[in-house]
Design a binder for this molecule. Structure first.
Ligand SMILES: Cc1cc2nc3c(=O)[nH]c(=O)nc-3n(C[C@H](O)[C@H](O)[C@H](O)COP(=O)(O)OP(=O)(O)OC[C@H]3O[C@@H](n4cnc5c(N)ncnc54)[C@H](O)[C@@H]3O)c2cc1C
Ligand code: FES
Length: 350
């Protein structure tokens, strides 16, 4: 396969990139940090400027990369591949206190596959070598078809050989309906790459931590609290888990036990369609009741794009500003096709 020289400014770093490899992939494998979130051309986080040479823009969503931006030489580098030697300019600064772990390929075996709630599977994969990642990051799981899908890591980074994923079934979804909830079985071999994503716990921030999860958005939050516990618990944490009915509250007894053992951790289920523990409501509503003023906290939100946007709005109404909010949107193919309402929200910050 033909390879080209990729120069990344303002670092002036020169690396090799295969003709079939995305620019982002080449950078992350060399430990060059560039911002990214969805890695599927949907969110626009990885937008970079081409200074010299030409990129094949790949499957960039027209909502995330407008025609005018294409004309001005911008590219979504998570889907763009080189057509020759190329120079790009990106936002290369990683956040303070966040270690950059280069992306690698991993293989492993499914150790367990449990139905933990209606339409939710917990998948544990034993890897042949430990995956190093920051709590909150995700992997790309390779499907038998050759496609891949992002899934957040729910496990403690200290136990990198046995990773855990929480997967929600999506009707007609290639990865879920067509594989993970159909043929995938214990002892099957799987492959993946990682770690990816900018959504990760910021240890340097000392404020009270609000973890706001919708559905399987609980996965990165579990990783974060496990990490905080094993790192010596310097943070006070409140976790809200938003679901429709009490039956959907997976990991509930583990979280209750964890809260009983750790006085720095408070677990608040948010059940929207029925009363649970004397309360009922979606995460944004319960947050508004509990934190009418949220300034002075730092928040991490994860779940469907609608959940993330609604929760972010509630926080901003309570005077918490975007610089204090980190978000991971679980975009899927339908969100990508729907495009603009999610991607062009003025509230987006990743
Ligand atoms: C950073 C990140 C982390 C994530 N982490 C998790 C996680 O931890 N847990 C989790 O459960 N999910 C997570 N997701 C979502 C996950 O990656 C998948 O998108 C999800 O599991 C659905 O995948 P699928 O292959 O089953 O569905 P897809 O095949 O992608 O289809 C999804 C839906 O879109 C419809 N669709 C497909 N193509 C089109 C089209 N062209 N137009 C309109 N509709 C279409 C399908 O019918 C289906 O209903 C994450 C996503 C991101 C971006
Ligand atoms: S990371 Fe490239 S568009 Fe989302």
């Amino acid at each position: 396969m033909q390879t080209y020289t990729l120069t990344v400014e303002p670092l002036g770093a020169e690396i090799q990139c295969r003709a079939d490899q995305t620019v982002l992939d080449a950078c992350l494998r060399e430990g060059i940090w560039l911002p990214h979130a969805c890695t599927h051309g949907t969110c626009g986080t990885c937008k970079a400027q081409v200074l010299e040479g030409e990129l094949d823009l790949g499957d960039a969503s027209p909502y995330a990369l407008l025609d005018s931006e294409r004309d001005e030489g911008a590219a979504l580098i998570c889907v763009a591949t080189p057509k020759g030697d190329v120079t790009i300019e990106g936002e290369v600064d990683a956040d303070v206190g966040v270690v950059v772990h280069p992306v690698r390929d991993y293989s492993g075996v499914v150790e367990s596959l449990d139905d933990v709630a209606p339409g939710v599977r917990r998948l544990r994969i034993r890897l042949t070598e430990p995956l190093r990642f920051n709590p909150g990051q995700y992997v790309q799981l390779n499907l038998p078809s050759g496609e891949n899908r992002p899934y957040s890591l729910a496990s403690n980074p200290a136990e990198g050989e046995l990773i855990e994923l929480h997967v929600k079934r999506t009707a007609d979804g290639a990865a879920t309906d067509g594989w993970i909830f159909k043929d995938l079985a214990v002892k099957d071999e799987v492959s993946l790459s990682g770690p990816y994503g900018r959504f990760s716990f910021r240890p340097a921030r000392t404020e009270k931590v609000l973890l706001l999860a919708g559905g399987t958005g609980l996965a990165p939050m579990k990783s974060i609290i496990s990490h905080i516990a094993s790192a010596g618990a310097q943070h006070e944490v409140v976790l809200y888990h938003g679901v429709a009915t009490a039956e959907d509250l997976y990991e509930d007894s583990w979280l209750e036990g964890f809260a009983a053992e750790h006085d720095w951790f408070d677990y608040r289920p948010a059940v929207s369609r029925q009363e649970h523990n004397g309360r009922s409501g979606r995460v944004p509503a319960l947050l508004a009741e509990d934190f009418p003023r949220a300034a002075g906290n730092v928040a991490y939100i994860c779940g469907s794009p609608e959940f993330v946007t609604d929760t972010m709005k509630a926080l901003m109404k309570a005077r918490l500003f975007p610089r204090d909010i980190y978000r991971e949107d679980f975009f899927d193919s339908a969100d990508r096709a729907a495009g603009s309402t999610v991607v062009r929200s003025p509230l987006i910050r990743r």
